[in-house]
Design a protein around this ligand. Structure first.
Ligand SMILES: *Cc1c(COP(=O)(O)O)cnc(C)c1O
Length: 412
């Protein structure tokens, strides 16, 4: 039975039979990089996303969550166009600083920060989003010892989550953030200890495609921030409203109506509580900014038939693009959009499975899809590879060669 694929993002075209990425032929990009497997990131598409956000969310800061993709040239490009970078480890903090983004525009979230990581953030002047009372105490102690006033925000574990979001990060018992009812005491403690309290970080979920769910979550987030500020009796300098903007990976999924979310948030901000009148607001996004801008290119090295099923075996696989193999948070494997990059003008005529070169049945890039006839030497494109691709894949597994990365497009 043929299985459907997600839709190829509309930005991708073809020059005759060859896929175009950012206006450049895929075979030319492979030639530039030297080899497959290869990730290509179209900076023009990223820029268009940033512009679209700016138009829809006039008064809201845009932050980039760099764990989605921290490839240095991409990070440098994005860092100079957004208002802040959100990092989740000292390693990511180093990458963010090396990209040229000043420390005051970097915030550091994530559970399990070690003392050495807290010390590095405090010394650099990066804001720490405290995930627990214990972590906040350690940060205060480290700041005192270093004679540096730490910048501390509090990550709130809200009592709600984005309905229908792909990955739930708030609501109920969670390792992330401080339960909302305990936040006022912690903030008072941070202020009394003389630290620079930077505000709240409230992240309620990821991969939401439904505008109404996001609108509801953002309203609830604003209300929660207002209630906390009232209890504390202080104005939060920044309220990070989280993000959660999703992208359509699979057959039948519809893109998020970002303009509608922006419109509703604009309304909600107009009527916000007086204690939030002087606060800044931020939205932090990962996949929505970069996910669709990335393509994974891998070459067919074998074509074989087993029990009547045709397999196209590639030089890449789940060690580079775990998410497309279905092993990164999917319960039932579904196909990402894929194409034979060198046969874009040819009609689909056979059912094939595209697999990677790893010796495990988990290594599937596309299952039972309808594709044009492809041979050894043809290049396969797997789309939606710009976020949680290489950085979220087990590259060392089985010791194959690493994937290359390259950017294309984007005005400087
Ligand atoms: C991972 C993460 C993000 C980015 O999520 P996307 O779904 O890629 O937009 C943003 N904020 C926090 C706190 C995260 O952990």
């Amino acid at each position: 039975m043929t299985k459907p694929m997600g839709a190829v993002p509309a930005e991708f075209g073809a020059d005759g039979s060859m896929l175009l990425i950012g206006g450049t032929r895929a075979d030319e990009l492979v030639r530039r990089a030297g080899e497959t497997p290869l990730f290509v990131y179209d900076l023009g598409m990223v820029d268009a996303r940033i512009d679209r956000f700016r138009a829809a969310f006039a008064e809201v800061e845009l932050h980039y969550a760099i764990k989605a993709n921290s490839y240095a040239p991409l990070l440098k490009h994005i860092g100079s166009r957004v208002d802040g970078l959100d990092v989740a480890s000292a390693g990511e903090m180093e990458l963010a600083l090396a990209s040229g983004t000043p420390a005051e525009r970097i915030s550091f979230a994530g559970p399990g920060k070690r003392d050495s990581e807290l010390a590095a953030a405090i010394a650099a002047g990066v804001t720490i989003n405290c995930e627990s009372e214990g972590e906040a105490e350690r940060a205060l102690t480290i700041g005192r010892q270093a004679r540096v006033r730490p910048k501390l925000a509090v990550r709130v574990n809200p009592d709600f989550e984005i309905k229908g979001s792909g990955m739930r990060m708030g609501g109920g018992a969670k390792p992330f953030g401080v339960d909302a009812e305990r936040v006022p005491n912690l903030v008072r403690r941070i202020i009394d200890a003389g630290a620079d309290w930077r505000g709240f970080h409230i992240f309620a979920g990821s991969q939401a495609l439904d505008a109404d769910s996001l609108i509801e979550a953002q309203r609830a987030t604003l209300e929660l921030a207002a209630a906390l500020a009232e209890d504390i009796g202080a104005v939060p300098p920044l309220v990070n409203l989280g993000g959660g903007f999703g992208i359509p990976y699979f057959h039948g999924e519809q893109p998020l109506d970002v303009e509608r979310v922006g419109e509703a948030l604009g309304q909600a901000l107009k009527g916000r509580h007086h204690l939030l009148a002087k606060s800044e607001f931020a939205i932090e996004l990962g996949r929505w900014l970069v996910g669709e801008a990335g393509v994974y290119l891998t070459r067919i090295v074998d074509r074989k038939v087993s029990h009547g099923k045709t397999f196209l075996v590639t030089d890449g696989g789940m060690h580079h693009q775990l998410a497309a193999s279905g092993n990164f948070g999917q319960v039932i494997r579904r196909n990402y959009p894929a194409a034979i990059a060198s046969r874009m003008s040819e009609a689909p005529c056979e059912e094939v499975s595209i697999v990677g070169c790893l010796c495990t049945p988990l290594d599937r890039l596309a299952d039972d899809i309808l594709a044009p006839h492809a041979d050894v030497g043809d290049v396969v494109a797997v789309f939606l590879a710009g976020a949680y691709g290489l950085s979220a894949s087990p590259q060392a597994f089985l010791g194959h060669q690493p994937a290359g990365e390259i950017t294309v497009g984007g005005a400087d």
